[in-house]
Ligand binder design. Structure first.
Ligand code: NDP
Length: 476
């Protein structure tokens, strides 16, 4: 497939293209534009031209455009799922059940959300009335990663557009296809030309040119912490708004009073879903010593049975990781874990499933015997690799849980209600799941603390981010 840029309502080619590789097979299956500052200039000019009309349209009109785009996603859901699986390496069943339905839901959620986004009023009895307008910012940059391509892309562009901004978006160059397909339905959904532009290419080229464009009013970024730090250093001195959703090293804490069967079932998911490439995956499993061996043996037994296969096969549950470079990074962390004294209990190697031998597959890997301070327990691996650490007391569990630079999400398993409240509140992370994982209500604040990010997405928080408040005080 030839992916094209979408600028000012038109599809555009670039002088140079990049190859798009299918991680499931390791083969090139298409090209994508290699955009740079020239393409950013064109997209920015179009978006600026479109802003006065779009920002003055009614919330109902903007919602209707988003709903029609959601209709197109629903209508083409199976095609989108197939392309997402091919482009990313994730199992097609996961794309069909999670990624694509959620992309549709994101668009509908903010189509509805903007119609319920009320401004505030503060009366000064007998003296004055204040009311706060929430105004769209202008042209905003939305930069998204490869792990949940259309899911995270729509999670940003939907609130940005709903709030009346024009958007220049850049999906990851590793997974551009579903964002490109979405662009083919933007005009029929009724968006005026220039309102919603999508540029493809490399982060350090087109991404950086976009972030540094003087007319960008805000940057919404999801990706790695190092990239986030670089973007922050460029955006902060210009006093532009930014929202950063970054990496994690999330703990899963298993107390001995937990429903261990359910904890086991979900921990397997939270460790290896999407090949461990979800920012919310639990990568440090902390287990109370009294149940450590039992839990470990059961988890290893289940993980060892996971079979990797062609992402496009409907029965596949474990697909490929996103790229050869990412596979090498994961493998190098497994070697590092061994050098640091870790024992690999299962996995630890590359897989070559029959029929797709050239793809980038890593066996689910469980490692024990590592201290909390070693690099394996401190740095984000972002693959199907987890470590196990025992603990004795609640205090020790909390200390281990909080002992990294990250603070995105945590999972906690216990049937003791008081302990659940106590430990949940003590965890330094933006989100905590108790006796579940990745149960999402889109109204809730989503984001991390410490090196996991800045700001919150979700619900009205995203609409607040994509608008500027202005207070108007009228003397009575
Ligand atoms: P990267 O930081 O490498 O890239 C994210 C996006 O930023 C991509 O579109 C990338 O483009 C672009 N980019 C890269 N460099 C620059 C730059 N200098 N200026 C502007 N844009 C740039 O992350 P990954 O794509 O590897 O995604 C994985 C990371 O995302 C993990 O750390 C994961 O934890 C995190 N993540 C966080 C989530 C959260 O909500 N907190 C959710 C999901 C993932 P390109 O790929 O084309 O180079």
């Amino acid at each position: 497939m030839e992916v094209l840029n979408f600028v000012d309502g038109e599809f555009q080619k670039t002088a140079q293209v990049l190859e798009n590789v299918a991680p499931g097979t390791g083969e090139v299956f298409g090209t994508i534009p290699r955009s740079g500052s020239k393409e950013v200039e064109k997209a920015m000019a179009a978006a600026k031209r479109a802003f006065p009309v779009w920002s003055n349209s009614s919330a109902v009109e903007r919602a209707a455009c988003l709903d029609r785009l959601a209709d197109a996603v629903r209508e083409h859901a199976s095609v989108l799922a197939k392309h997402e699986a091919q482009d990313n390496g994730k199992p097609i069943s996961l794309a069909a059940q999670v990624d694509i339905p959620r992309a549709e839901k994101n668009l509908r959620f903010y189509a509805s959300g903007i119609q319920h986004f009320a401004s505030k009023s503060h009366a000064m009895e007998g003296e004055a009335i204040n009311y706060t307008l929430r105004k769209p910012l202008g042209v905003v940059a939305c930069i998204s990663p490869w792990n949940l391509p259309l899911y995270l892309f729509t999670w940003k562009v939907a609130p940005a557009l709903a709030a009346g901004n024009c958007v220049v978006a850049k999906p990851s160059e590793l997974t551009p296809v579903t964002a490109y397909l979405l662009s083919t339905w933007v005009r029929q959904a009724g968006f005026p030309d220039g309102v919603f532009n999508i540029l493809h290419g490399l982060g350090p080229e087109v991404g950086e040119a976009l972030v540094n464009h003087p007319d960008i009013a805000a940057v919404s970024f999801t990706g790695g912490t190092l990239t986030g730090a670089r973007i922050a250093s460029q955006v902060a001195p210009k006093f532009k708004k930014m929202s950063l959703e970054l990496g994690g090293k999330n703990p899963a804490i298993i107390f001995d009073d937990a429903d261990l069967e359910e904890a086991l079932r979900m921990t397997l998911r939270s460790s290896f879903a999407n090949q461990g490439q979800i920012c919310l995956c639990g990568s440090r499993i902390l287990i109370q010593r009294s149940v450590y061996d039992t839990f470990k043996l059961s988890l290893v037994a289940k993980a060892s049975k996971m079979v990797a296969g062609d992402p496009l096969h409907p029965d596949t549950k474990l697909g490929a990781v996103v790229s050869e470079a990412h596979m090498q990074k994961i493998m190098s962390y497994i070697e590092l874990a061994k050098d640091e004294g870790g024992q690999v209990l299962c996995g630890g190697h590359r897989l070559h499933p029959e029929g797709v031998e050239g793809g980038f597959y890593v066996a689910p890997t469980i490692i024990e015997g590592l201290g909390p301070q070693c690099r394996t327990n401190q740095e984000e691996i972002f693959g199907p690799v987890v470590t196990l650490q025992p603990f004795d007391t609640e205090e020790e569990a909390l200390k281990l849980a909080n002992d990294t630079a990250y603070g995105l999400a945590a999972t906690l398993w216990t049937t003791n209600l008081k302990r659940a409240h106590r430990v949940a509140a003590g965890i330094e992370s933006g989100m905590v799941w108790v006796n579940t994982w990745l149960l999402r209500d889109l109204r809730t604040p989503f984001g991390g603390v410490k090196d996991s990010g800045l700001g919150r997405e979700g619900g009205f928080e995203a609409l607040e981010f994509f608008t500027e408040s202005q207070n108007i005080c009228i003397k009575l």
